[in-house]
Ligand binder design. Structure first.
Ligand code: NDP
Length: 327
């Protein structure tokens, strides 16, 4: 049998955590043969609720679960971690300025970055889900100097999946017929969902839809889908976010399929003019635990403008946390 993988989930008692943990425990993330040791991190006030989730996880009697522990100390929670799902974050409260939000999250992600640096396993990989996810990943990485920055990524797979779903609905094709949708930039309303390179049943997606739909409906619908879910459901998109976090990590570990890619926010190496170090979403291929930014794609004038706008927002977030001494 495979060796157990240690998975640390932060914000484990939250809504996304509740939708995430049972699926990880069932093997949906790492595979049906891989035992998992789950280490749940919560703030002290929510640790008891996390213990309650542990009782339920026990009651599922998942054969793959090789350990279940709750911590309120990041150093303990990340001890020996191979995989981190960094979900817990400080939500924006009433009257809170952006700088306050960045500072509150800076406190959380700097401490977690240090804990990862000191205790995580050599193959540690993280996906940050808690917002502002891209900048939180940047903060964590900058407090983990001994861990390659490339191991700190942020989730844009939900945006990617939303884009696939919208394109499928518009064209009437099944989602399985769609390849090479991409998300660029920040996981925020400034993101650029891109179907320029996408195919539907092997043919160009852009032959099936027109530019006015792309610019006027598709892009805003994908970028603002979180708000749409809140207004219709009366609650945030926790289950689809959890599903996307699982897909992000499953693809990173097991690889993208031939002829396709996924979207991940990763530290830029300067590709496509995105300043080096900014954690920005790109189309990436993955294999055996590594990822590579897809190279050589044509970037139209329209795409350039969208990417530059989202990257400018990332640069301003970075400058704000730099001003706070967090990176
Ligand atoms: P959720 O589980 O619903 O969301 C957690 C984070 O994910 C938020 O930052 C949220 O951002 C973000 N997120 C990213 N994508 C999505 C999406 N598509 N839909 C919804 N959220 C998304 O939050 P809860 O408040 O239910 O739970 C958070 C938990 O984290 C609490 O139990 C809290 O105690 C804990 N926490 C733990 C910390 C730790 O372990 N050290 C630190 C801070 C908090 P957004 O705010 O933009 O919705």
């Amino acid at each position: 049998p495979a060796a157990p993988v240690t998975v640390t989930v932060t914000g484990a008692a939250g809504q996304i955590g509740y939708a995430l943990l049972f699926r990880i425990a069932s093997g949906a993330m790492l595979g049906p043969e891989v035992p998992v040791r789950l280490r749940l991190l919560e703030v002290p006030a929510a640790a008891r609720a996390a213990e309650g989730t542990v009782l339920e996880l026990m009651d599922c009697a998942f054969p793959l679960v090789a350990g279940l522990d709750v911590f309120d100390d990041p150093a303990k929670a990340f001890d020996g971690a191979n995989v981190g799902l960094l979900v817990g974050a400080r939500p924006r409260g009433p009257g809170m300025e952006r700088a306050d939000l960045l500072a509150a999250n800076g406190g959380i992600f700097s401490v977690q970055g240090r804990a990862i640096n000191d205790g995580a396993a050599g193959d540690f990989k993280a996906v940050v889900v808690g917002n502002p996810a891209n900048t939180n990943a940047l903060i964590a990485a900058s407090h983990a100097p001994d861990v390659p920055a490339s191991r700190f990524t942020a989730m844009t797979r939900l945006d990617h999946d939303r884009a696939v779903a919208q394109l499928a609905a518009k064209t009437g094709a099944p989602v399985s017929a769609i390849r090479k949708v991409a998300i660029w930039g920040n996981h925020s309303a400034s993101q650029y969902p891109d179907i320029t390179h996408a195919t539907v049943d092997g043919g160009p997606a852009t032959d099936l839809v027109d530019q006015s739909w792309i610019a006027g409906e598709f892009i805003p619908r994908v970028a603002k889908r979180g708000a749409e879910i809140i207004s219709v459901r009366g609650g945030s998109s926790a289950a689809s976010a959890a599903n996307a976090a699982i897909a992000h990590m499953r693809l990173w570990v097991h690889g993208t399929r031939a002829g396709d890619w996924t979207s991940m926010a990763v530290p830029s190496d300067g590709s496509y003019g995105v300043p080096e170090g900014l954690v920005s979403s790109f189309p990436v291929t993955t294999a055996a635990g590594d990822y590579n930014i897809v190279q050589g794609l044509d970037i139209s004038v329209f795409a350039r403008g969208r990417i530059d706008a989202s990257v400018a927002e990332l640069a301003s977030e970075r400058d704000a946390v730099k001003g706070l001494g967090l990176v």
